[in-house]
Ligand binder design. Structure first.
Ligand code: MGD
Ligand code: MGD
Ligand code: MO
Length: 822
């Protein structure tokens, strides 16, 4: 038995457990308990899964005296086999934070004051009813998240679509995985990951496109590291303008100019075709659109891409050769591709690689159009992102009728006259006053949406009635008319689904603080106060517990691709999570989709008819029928267009934004865990050594970064980023205390700088290319920036002290191989 105590801030991925191709990934159980608590002190362990990323790691929550005192990875879970991410190891402490919201708040004479639930909910339901009478359902909008549970999304979707009848429903998944959904719909007619994490056990080649998996899905990356440490390791291709930990392990690292992904992909595809690295039998039998692809990429030579992307031609050729000669290829795509102006066109090309190479539906052959948030998949499945539940097609009347049958309402009550309103458009409607009521659940748009000056002015309008349901008084909650205190992970029961379709149950371990209530309970209260009814006069929402909501959702998913009918709460208890579809025929779930080239893309069954990748115009049902009558995979591509905002003399840099390993989003949870807070306490800006030298800047200098939208001040980290590019982590919102506010600084949220602009097909905003200027405000006194050294922000200056955990950061790792417990 191998037991180690590891500082998981200093060593985020922990100890290696090497393994070879086709073998099972060994077990390693990670445990972290509050200081002074020994395993034998724990009263009970309560089953759950991770909530601070999309990986879906199985977790047991340690409870003592009805308080959460730690976590342990679940050895039996297929996803993590006992391992946990640093955010999960330490982040649970936020639940017990003394500044949790414990009572509802309402605005009185301009100030938020505490009130009781009846007053708060009376105001929320009252304003909804008034607006429905005065202005109709289009004056009501819902902006939700990728962090609630299935039961909550399905209830919200029913209330909004079936009860109120508004088309203005979307999630922050628009900022996150709208492109994943769009790309899967374009290629396979349906959302849902074709591949499985287990494909990493078999792969000989792994490509990561704009995905810093090492920092954003650390446990999945641990699986890759364990393969790299074992016999016959896979080859890694990394496409990222920064020298991330992924790039450092890559066989080939392509560091393109931001915003040129489509040119890069088109050239890689052309190279596959030129060398005939094509599975013609597969393409002939199972795909449409191959001849058009050949034409589309014809002029995208390696030399042209080398110039446009500013990547060596030899590296591009080598990457194409690795992909072209792979026998088991796994690709993963994330925000470096999704948060850009041609997001869907770029992501779809990765699907095309797998179609032309016939690399789908077999062990080691998978595409992961990744999710980011823990429950983003469910926002999309349950119709809380505007799509209709269970991947029903809003432009197919038969699908709308089927949904109306399940909900027992008239089909005309479900808005489907046009595409659902996307989040960026919803904010525009709030801005111009047609939406007068916005109900925000579990998201913090005043930090996470683009162009914050505009966001603040939109959300602080008097005529808008803003409801914010959160754990904390966030930047957004401070602007609300009513703030509703929510229970969170560990304090409520529900299910959710990770990026590879694995469904987990998360049980209530402790009571929520004060009067906080679960999002489900709050939504049920809202529905009952609105007195929403079905067509027979019975209550529209027919459940009152999470398990009843889950059972209702199962019925809604019956016969659809995301079929949950074989899953019960009891089946999820005790063992591993289960991958959908899970049915009577496949009672243990389904590891990979599309085996044997069978797709869900038939015109009468598909979730979407697709869009033009360049303009975003929807494809009509008639056109789709002509294109894909037999339900094959669709090969589609778009021509490259340059980014909308290119560097100028005044704004000579390209600014990209993203994440660090130690924080989650707007830090409402990770900022309240001492180990994580200390690991990355303050915003920084990354620039290359070449740019630093040219401008005479040094590590630790305070820089002012400006775009036409605003400015941010941050200390410089000279890192391995490509020249001409600046990187800002987007985690840091307002300063928590005045003491933190460095003199001479103005703002620190990256989104002060980002533009209001999006991908035409998926409507996902562009967070990864803006033209920016940088000037030095103050030279360093020798103190380096506080950016982590263990990650993509690793300094080029070897003299910067290494990131280490504080005293309580030690984690118990047990890689006995048997899952033996402490
Ligand atoms: N630690 C941590 N983990 C997380 C989260 C978190 O906040 N913190 N959030 C979760 C969520 S919701 C999400 S969506 C995921 C996101 O996970 P990722 O997508 O992996 O994270 P990002 O840092 O947003 O972006 C990934 C990379 O894109 C690169 N990039 C920027 N511009 C371009 C470009 O033009 N082309 C290419 N090829 N690459 C580019 C950046 O350098 C960056 O390294 O992470 C999830 N996991
Ligand atoms: N510049 C830039 N901006 C970005 C990105 C980027 O890469 N660059 N990435 C984008 C992406 S991918 C994402 S996903 C978004 C994330 O952006 P947000 O969704 O705004 O980020 P979070 O901080 O996760 O906000 C979630 C909120 O929900 C609350 N919460 C947590 N659990 C619960 C619960 O159970 N119930 C309720 N009611 N509330 C809860 C938390 O306290 C928190 O305030 O940011 C986007 N914005
Ligand atoms: Mo995300």
């Amino acid at each position: 038995m191998v037991v180690r105590r590891v500082d998981r801030v200093a060593e985020p991925w922990g100890s290696r457990t090497p393994y070879g191709p086709g073998e099972d990934w060994p077990v390693r159980v990670d445990t972290h308990l509050a200081d002074g608590i020994a395993p034998e002190d724990v009263d009970r362990w309560v089953q759950s899964a991770s909530i601070l990323h999309s990986n879906g790691d199985g977790i047991d929550i340690a409870v003592k005296d009805d308080r959460i005192v730690g976590v342990r990875g679940r050895a039996v879970d297929r996803v993590n086999r006992g391992r946990l991410d640093p955010k999960d190891l330490y982040g649970w402490q936020a639940n017990g934070s003394p500044d949790r919201l414990t009572r509802p708040l309402v605005r009185r004479d301009g100030r938020l004051v505490e009130t009781d639930w009846d007053t708060a909910m009376g105001a929320v339901a009252g304003r909804t009813r008034e607006l429905l009478e005065e202005r109709g359902p289009s004056s009501i909008g819902f902006y939700t998240t990728g962090q609630l549970f299935i039961e909550e999304y399905y209830t919200l979707g029913l209330i909004a679509h079936g009860g109120i009848g508004t088309n203005h429903v979307d999630g922050n998944t628009r900022l996150c995985t709208a492109t994943a959904a769009a790309a899967l719909k374009e290629s396979f007619g349906c959302d849902g990951q074709p591949g499985s994490y287990a494909d990493l056990d078999h792969a000989d080649t792994i490509c990561l496109y704009g995905h810093n998996m090492a920092e954003t899905q650390t446990v999945l990356w641990t699986r890759v590291l364990d393969r790299l440490a074992g016999p016959n390791p896979p080859r890694i291709v990394c496409v990222d303008p920064r020298r991330t930990p992924v790039a450092r392990h890559a066989t080939v690292h392509l560091a393109p100019r931001p915003g040129t992904n489509v040119m890069l992909m088109n050239a890689l595809l052309r190279e596959l075709l030129v060398n005939d690295w094509v599975d013609h039998a597969y393409v002939d039998a199972h795909a449409v659109g191959f001849p058009e692809l050949r034409k589309m990429v014809d002029d995208c030579t390696i030399e042209r891409a080398a110039e446009v992307c500013d990547v060596p031609a030899g590296d591009l050729r080598e990457a194409a050769r690795l992909i072209g000669t792979a026998e088991r290829l796994v690709s993963s795509v994330l925000q470096g591709f999704y948060q850009s102006h041609q997001a869907t066109a770029a992501a779809v090309q990765v699907n095309n690689v797998h179609i032309v190479r016939g690399m789908l539906g077999r062990p080691g052959c998978g595409v992961l159009q990744m999710n980011g948030q823990p429950t983003a998949e469910n926002t999309r499945e349950c119709g809380a992102d505007g799509d209709l539940p269970a991947f029903r097609n809003w432009s197919n009347d038969a699908h709308v009728e089927d949904l109306a049958r399940i909900w027992n309402i008239d089909p005309m009550r479900i808005p489907h006259y046009t595409a659902p309103t996307h989040a960026m458009q919803m904010m525009r409607y709030v801005e111009d006053g047609s939406i007068r009521f916005l109900y925000v659940t579990a998201t913090n748009p005043v930090v996470s949406m683009p162009e914050l000056r505009r966001m603040r002015s939109i959300l602080s309008q008097d005529r808008l009635f803003l409801v914010v349901q959160d754990l904390f008084l966030t930047e957004t909650a401070r602007l609300a008319d009513v703030v509703l205190p929510a229970a969170t992970w560990g304090e409520k029961t529900g299910t959710f689904t990770n990026a590879d379709r694995t469904v987990h149950l998360s049980e209530r371990a402790v009571d929520p603080p004060g009067q906080a209530r679960s999002d489900l309970d709050i939504l049920l209260d809202y529905a009952s106060r609105l007195d929403l009814r079905d067509k027979d006069g019975a209550p529209l929402v027919k459940w009152s517990t999470p398990e009843e909501a889950f059972e209702a959702w199962k019925e809604c998913s019956r016969g659809r691709p995301c079929n949950y009918t074989g899953i019960t709460y009891d089946r999820l208890r005790g063992g591993s999570g289960i991958q959908w579809p899970c049915t009577d025929e496949h009672p243990d779930g389904t590891e990979r989709l599309y085996a044997g080239g069978r797709f869900w893309s038939r015109p009468d069954y598909c979730e979407s008819y697709g869009r033009d990748l360049v303009t975003g115009a929807p494809v009509s049902p008639v056109e789709y029928r002509a294109l894909n009558p037999d339900g094959k995979a669709v090969i589609k591509a778009g021509e490259y267009l340059p980014p909308h905002e290119l560097p100028t003399e005044e704004h000579p840099f390209q600014l990209i934004t993203g994440r660090t390993l130690y924080h989650f989003h707007t830090r409402t949870k990770t900022g309240r865990a001492p180990e994580l807070r200390a690991a990355a306490p303050e915003v920084w800006v990354e620039a290359s050594a070449a740019d630093a030298e040219r401008h005479g800047w040094s590590e630790g200098d305070l820089l002012r970064i400006t775009t036409p939208r605003g400015e941010v001040t941050a200390r410089l980290r000279v890192s391995g980023i490509r020249r001409g590019v600046l990187f800002l982590p987007f985690h840091y919102g307002y300063w928590d205390t005045e003491a933190e506010h460095e003199p001479g600084t103005v703002g620190r949220a990256a989104n002060e700088l980002t533009p209001t602009d999006w991908d035409p097909a998926s409507k996902q905003p562009i967070f990864k290319t803006a033209a920016a200027a940088a000037t030095r405000v103050r030279a360093t006194d020798g103190t380096p920036s506080s950016a982590p050294t263990t990650t993509g922000s690793r300094p080029v200056d070897a003299g910067v002290p290494a990131t280490r955990g504080i005293a309580t950061a030690l984690v118990h790792e047990d890689s006995g191989g048997t899952g033996a417990r402490l």
